[in-house]
Design a protein around this ligand. Structure first.
Ligand SMILES: CC(=O)SCCNC(=O)CCNC(=O)[C@H](O)C(C)(C)COP(=O)(O)OP(=O)(O)OC[C@H]1O[C@@H](n2cnc3c(N)ncnc32)[C@H](O)[C@@H]1OP(=O)(O)O
Ligand SMILES: O=CC(=O)O
Ligand SMILES: [Mg+2]
Length: 720
């Protein structure tokens, strides 16, 4: 550690900031560290108070539920929540006033991609996912069925290719239709007097909506790209008659590229493992590369070495003949960690670990200044976008607001340069969302229903009330539906449209794209102008939904349906069913399999987001939020005697063997079942369940961090 302005800074972090971040940022080292130290020392006590308040509230909740039967005393329950300050006095109506918001957030509706920022290969891919090949996305996924000779196979299958092309042309016909003909019938696209002409075998036609044509690449006569726009999103028809696919197409179309991930959240939180300075520096360094535009990664794929860099902007000839520039990359936001965790990379003057959220706010903003002072390749509006997770109630949001003010002062930035995306993912935030929005009304750029964390919090908060319904039933529960609606209500009521996003949650089945195409329109119909997707391919496909539905008008009509949903929000997902032994085993096994499959990779491989098969063999995206649900659910059933400790332990051991088999191909994998006592991952899984009631808000971070650090130390000792 290095002593710097009353702080003790890990040398790796110190040298990274001194040598890589501060140069070119315009800040002096001494002033920076002095200011950083002042922020740390003035904000730490409040941070601790807020965490203490969470504990006090939880204790009161537990006590209340132990003494009362919620089902029979709902009125008293509500009064009790007001009395303990869990339900806040609501602020008067107001409108948010956020300014300098990039159009990807303020005006366009489209997919939001999330990616673990510590993985440079994936992070680059995500930043570049602004544009996605529809042909590739369709060909590679189950959206196109493999029936009748259309299977994927190992080499290009023209039968499947035909289906892909037909799907894409149908999309064009529905989205940017031609007058009196289908895009499939076009033999040539060309531009005449700034207008798109589509030639068929027996004549020519144009677009039904002439203004949909925005530009082209190549010559007007033989364009290599035709740029269209619909519902604020671009579609680029790529033409090359010499290309293997273009050759097979009458008009030489080789692909349809769609504007996909308008925004991407670079995640420092639930999809990463970051337990010490080494891990944090990797995260900060990748973020720096993204903000400077020089992040690269080299890796082997398919027998070749791939050098991945950030995409450039795209240039077209506009309809008036002038150059038209479109962004080549997604607008990047950075998800900081919440208020809970501390990290040994930074100690205060008394040797206490500094809250990681405070460090993230300072360091990720400092890094983003390279974009603001540089080419503004990320935010043309000159904003820094921080997503803040896991805040409980408006006091905690107000704390973030004050912290961001202080960071702006330290960095000499205009007030509200730092924008905030508020994750509506804790019960106390949902119930007081209007107040939460009010606390950041000048800088808010989104509210998002993080339903996964939110489900975990629903279980933990009412842990003592009784056994909860099964995990799979949560999505249909009264509280969850009210939560989704009330989030939109509050967003509309506080004037988010036009300034900020009303966002919907993650599609957590990364390989089930057909299901996503059928179901995720629900997010738009419910008023979300963005929704989370787990991969660039999912972003490309989900983008089609925003052509199908125009969210702006949906939001306008939903404005009429805004109502108070407090009663539904306060409906606990308790069950009085008598489950059969098989049902209980199945529930436990499903939870245990996902939990172990995720935890083993977290603790022993440093992977924070994994695709883990459930007991029906569906690969599920697992992160710390899904882990929070499965662990808390098992704890809840244990707590209420639905299952015994012995039963849970047997299930864990059984499922550990299944997970071991699933990972058998990985030479770096250490089977848990070889020695349950010695397996740090297995022990972590046990802690998460058997110590679940005492985990703060049911979070998994404290145990995961402790066990990962233990594993790292063990590996270091083995090396030495
Ligand atoms: C509750 C919450 O907080 S949700 C938010 C947190 N969750 C996330 O961020 C999910 C991010 N997604 C992921 O990490 C991954 O998609 C996983 C773990 C779910 C699946 O990963 P994998 O099993 O490696 O996926 P798969 O093998 O199908 O695909 C890998 C390819 O897709 C790309 N890819 C997958 N996910 C992403 C992503 N989120 N961003 C960018 N690229 C991605 C990879 O770069 C890789 O392509 P490449 O070989 O050209 O580099
Ligand atoms: O962060 C997202 C969630 O669902 O939790
Ligand atoms: Mg979350």
């Amino acid at each position: 550690m290095i002593n710097k302005a009353d702080l003790q800074v890990n040398t790796e972090l110190y040298s990274f900031i001194e040598k890589e971040v501060l140069p070119g940022s315009g800040y002096e080292s001494e002033t920076f560290w002095q200011g950083f130290s002042e922020i740390v020392h003035s904000f730490m006590p409040d941070n601790q108070k807020l965490l203490h308040k969470r504990e006090v509230i939880q204790q009161k909740m537990d006590d209340w539920h132990k003494k009362h039967k919620w089902q029979e005393e709902r009125k008293d329950y509500e009064a009790f929540l007001r009395e303990i300050g869990y339900l806040e006095e609501q602020v008067e109506d107001f409108q948010i006033t956020t300014q300098h918001v990039d159009p990807e957030i303020a005006r366009q509706a489209g997919p939001q991609l999330v990616v673990p920022v510590n993985n440079a290969r994936y992070a680059l891919n995500a930043a570049n996912a602004r544009w996605g090949s529809l042909y590739d996305a369709l060909y590679g996924t189950d959206v196109i069925s493999g029936d009748n000779g259309a299977e994927k196979g190992t080499s290009y299958n023209p039968v499947r290719g035909e289906k892909v092309i037909a799907y894409a042309k149908k999309f064009l016909d529905e989205t940017v239709p031609l007058e009196g003909c289908s895009h499939s019938d076009v033999t040539r696209y060309y531009i005449e007097n700034g207008t798109l002409v589509a030639q068929m075998q027996d004549g020519k036609t144009g677009l039904q909506e002439l203004e949909a044509f925005k530009g082209h690449q190549g010559s007007a006569d033989r364009p290599s790209a035709v740029l269209l726009q619909h519902h604020g999103l671009h579609i680029d028809i790529r033409i090359d008659a010499s290309h293997p696919i273009g050759k097979t197409d009458r008009a030489g179309v080789k692909d349809v590229v769609v504007e996909a991930a308008l925004t991407t959240i670079m995640d420092c939180e639930d999809s990463v493992t970051a337990v010490d300075a080494e891990d944090k520096v990797l995260i900060y360094r990748n973020w720096l590369g993204l903000m400077k535009g020089n992040l690269t990664e080299k890796f082997a794929k398919g027998g070749e070495t791939v050098h991945r860099t950030l995409c450039h902007d795209r240039y077209y000839t506009g309809t008036n003949g002038d150059d038209l520039k479109l962004k080549g990359r997604s607008l990047l936001l950075i998800r900081n960690v919440g208020h809970l965790m501390t990290n040994s990379m930074l100690l205060d003057r008394d040797g206490n670990e500094v809250p990681e959220g405070i460090a993230d706010a300072v360091i990720t903003s400092l890094i983003a200044v390279h974009d603001l002072n540089g080419k503004r390749s990320n935010s043309t509006e000159g904003s820094i976008y921080i997503v803040k997770p896991k805040m409980h109630g408006s006091e905690e949001v107000a704390f973030s607001n004050r912290l961001f003010n202080a960071v702006e002062d330290l960095l000499g930035l205009d007030r509200h340069t730092i924008k905030i995306g508020v994750m509506d993912e804790e019960r106390r935030t949902t119930l007081n969302l209007k107040n939460c929005i009010h606390a950041v009304k000048d800088r808010i750029v989104f509210i998002n229903t993080g339903f996964l964390d939110r489900t975990g919090d629903e279980i933990h908060t009412s842990m003592q009330a009784g056994p909860m319904i099964r995990k799979g039933e949560m999505k249909q529960s009264v509280w969850l539906n009210a939560y989704e609606k009330s989030n939109v209500d509050n967003g509309l009521l506080c004037g988010l449209p036009g300034k900020a996003q009303i966002g919907k949650g993650m599609w957590a089945m990364p390989d089930r794209m057909k299901d996503m195409m059928e179901q995720k329109t629900g997010h738009l119909k419910a008023g979300g102008n963005t929704a989370w997707v787990p991969s660039p391919i999912a972003a490309t496909l989900h983008a089609l939904h925003y052509h199908e539905y125009e969210v702006e008008s949906i939001q306008a009509s939903l404005r009429e349906e805004v109502m108070n949903r407090e009663q539904e929000l306060l409906t606990l997902p308790l069950s009085d069913r008598q489950w059969s032994h098989e049902e209980i085993e199945q529930e436990l096994e499903n939870n245990a399999q996902g939990l172990l499959g995720y935890v083993v990779r977290w603790v022993e491989h440093g992977v924070g987001c994994s695709k883990v098969p459930d007991i029906h063999n569906v690969g599920l995206m697992e992160d710390r939020a899904t882990l929070r649900i499965s662990s808390q659910h098992m704890t809840n059933w244990l707590q209420h005697g639905i299952c015994s400790e012995e039963q849970v332990m047997n299930v864990l051991k059984k499922m550990a063997k299944v997970v071991d088999e699933q990972n058998a191909q990985d030479p770096a994998y250490q089977p848990m079942s070889e020695d349950f006592e010695q397996s740090i991952a297995f022990q972590a899984a046990c802690d998460l369940i058997f110590q679940g009631t005492s985990q703060p808000s049911g979070y998994t971070e404290p145990i995961l961090h402790k066990r990962r650090l233990e594993y790292k130390e063990k590996m270091l000792a083995v090396k030495e």
